[in-house]
Ligand binder design. Structure first.
Ligand code: KG4
Ligand code: ZN
Length: 345
């Protein structure tokens, strides 16, 4: 089943062609350099860049394929930036109408979950589905614990009640004058001081009985900590302190994530873990996750993470193939609209 998929949910214009779980073609135009100097994604600039690039990205992906060979068109409906989602949806509608294809709408978070099962064109990695899985989504917009029960069936069992983990890292990096996105810079600085915890910032919600997260209190306490010690984080004069601050903040975020995930494993007895979203690119977090599941004879999957971290249309195409198998199509193409705060279930 050959699907052309589009994702313009945030700051990547991405179009892919997939065959079931296999990637046949994948083109991504990243806007990171456009937004970098503003310290975050600027919606009006994102919209303009998507509009400027979408036709080109579709043409690129179709270089070796003809629309005749495409069975369905798929597009991300939400969650994401409204003005960005609109560009992809408009293009998907145009293609569906022009070439008389059925349209499949996909939740971006479902895409992230299925990203763990993407295969290359040779069908590797070979691992199949062995439900249920425990999924940790950690990105700039989401921190959620989800039980992936069966194809297209999910139960959200924990979520952030305020900031997402990536958002917290980005805000801490901004306070330290480290630029955007903050996660990778904090990872590098923390590694330089062996990921040690020097300042013991608070671990929010660890004592609560539920599986929810909260990171805004941590951010506030970090802010007041810095305010009291203006000299401590002068980049040119106190590199070690900067590393210590970054490492301690990262540790507070990751320790919270690990402990909540452990609580979830104990409660659900699900030991197969999928970690997805931008923050899952962090090698130190991945190592901590592997150590955690090892304690319970579990596994973190998959081993490779090309499609796990960044946004891409491949994962949208993979979800769409399972929807197509179940004949879940958009009924009225004209009426399809973006849902910026689309929940997973
Ligand atoms: O999933 P994503 O690309 O975009 C969405 O939010 O949907 O996630 C972006 C987030 C940012 O907050 C960024 O700082 C964080 O992922 N991130 C990282 C790393 N790379 C990206 N956080 C920690 N370590 C990294 N290596
Ligand atoms: Zn995403």
């Amino acid at each position: 089943m050959i699907i052309l998929s589009i994702d313009t949910s945030c700051d990547e214009t991405s179009v892919a062609i997939t065959d079931g779980r296999k990637v046949l073609s994948n083109v991504i135009y990243s806007q990171v350099l456009i937004h970098k100097k503003w310290g975050g994604v600027v919606p009006s600039l994102a919209k303009r860049a998507h509009e400027e690039k979408i036709d080109f990205v579709v043409e690129e992906v179709l270089k070796k394929f003809s629309m005749k060979g495409i069975d369905y068109i798929a597009v991300t409906q939400g969650p994401g930036l409204a003005v960005a989602l609109e560009v992809g949806i408009k293009k998907a509608k145009e293609l569906a109408k022009q070439y008389h294809k059925k349209l499949i709408s996909v939740n971006h978070l479902e895409g992230h979950i299925y990203s763990a099962f993407v295969q290359n064109s040779q069908g590797n990695p070979k691992h199949g589905f062995n439900f249920p899985y425990l999924v940790l989504i950690v990105s700039g917009g989401h921190t959620s614990l989800v039980i992936f029960k069966d194809h297209l069936k999910y139960e959200v069992i924990g979520e952030t009640i305020d900031d997402a983990a990536g958002e917290a890292l980005d805000k801490a990096a901004k306070l330290l004058g480290l630029g955007y996105p903050g996660g990778p810079v904090i990872e590098r600085l923390a590694k330089e001081v062996n990921n040690e915890d020097f300042h013991h910032f608070p671990r929010p919600m660890l004592k609560s009985n539920d599986l929810n997260f909260s990171f805004s209190g941590l951010k506030t306490s970090f802010y007041y900590f810095l305010k009291k010690r203006p000299q401590a984080y002068n980049i040119s004069t106190a590199a070690v302190s900067l590393g210590q601050l970054a490492s301690s903040f990262q540790e507070a975020v990751f320790d919270t994530i690990i402990k909540k995930t452990e609580k979830t494993i104990k409660q659900t007895l699900i030991k197969r873990l999928i970690v997805v979203g931008g923050v899952s690119a962090n090698l130190y977090l991945r190592k901590k996750m592997r150590e955690l599941v090892k304690k319970y004879q579990g596994e973190v999957m998959p081993p490779s993470f090309k499609y796990l971290t960044g946004d891409n249309a491949v994962m949208i195409g993979v979800v769409a193939s399972y929807k197509a198998e179940r004949k879940i199509f958009v009924k009225d193409i004209e009426k399809l609209d973006r849902i910026p705060r689309m929940p997973l279930v």
